[in-house]
Design a protein around this ligand. Sequence first.
Ligand code: AMP
Ligand code: FE
Ligand code: FE
Ligand code: ZN
Length: 281
Amino acid sequence: MRIDLHAHSNISDGTEPPAAVMAAAAAAGLDVIALTDHDSTDGWDEASRAALENGVALVPGMEISCRTEEGISVHLLSYLHDPAHPGLLEEITKAKDARLTRAERMVTLLAEDYPLSWDDVIHHVAPGATLGRPHIADALVAAGVVADRTEAFTSILTSHSRYFVQHYAPAPALAVELVRSAGGVPVFAHPVASARGRVVGERTYREMIDAGLAGLEIDHRDNTEAGREFLRGLAARHGLLITGSSDYHGTGKPNLLGENLTAPEAFARIEELGTGSAVIR
Ligand code: AMP
Ligand code: FE
Ligand code: FE
Ligand code: ZN
């Protein structure tokens, strides 16, 4: 069984509609794919239909942007939660709204130095999609400022950049708690991706585990080797499940579907734990 539990569509910052992601998953020889758009479950219906058509099993999911008190960014994957759970829905709605204001502010700052307008950015966003820096990157690519998203993220759009603006994001432990109360399975996404920015320390792991964290995404291209070793120890000590995934974003990132996989036993455990929605197969 080839199982990839982390992929994005244009409901957030992937470049393909949910149905195309399902077709790509089948073409990549996957048996199971999770759709995990940032702060949104709007792609689930389209993906469900396409998954059935393409003979691939769909794990409905989401990736929640969180931030610790120290200002460290944490991504939390949620699988099989109830998309209508009021508490969780309220948090992601708050985050999505804040993302809009934040993007407007970033564009205002960027427009002082680059040929960029709000319309240029919106042009790259599917209606209702979760707006993020990748869409601003797309507008900068179109304006000829950078060659691709990767270049934008290593230069103009880093979190240290003078154009960077934060947006509201829940504390990681709160997000874990909400995912659990929505019947979902919370898995810490790429926890040791140190090239993206600062990574969390022991206290945040403890808070997330106490709140009900179920697993760690260890096999992900952005996790450092040394960090993976640490995570394996942590998983063993706390009985956390381990996943491996691509974090596919279409042409928005070099990550390829199936480049990392999750063991069937871990997937079975996720399906067992998730009670808010069901695997589509
Ligand atoms: P934001 O959530 O708006 O701050 O933007 C962060 C998002 O940008 C993450 O979800 C990543 O998927 C995406 N991202 C981060 N680094 C890169 C990169 N080098 N190339 C493309 N997308 C990236
Ligand atoms: Fe992303
Ligand atoms: Fe992420
Ligand atoms: Zn992701």
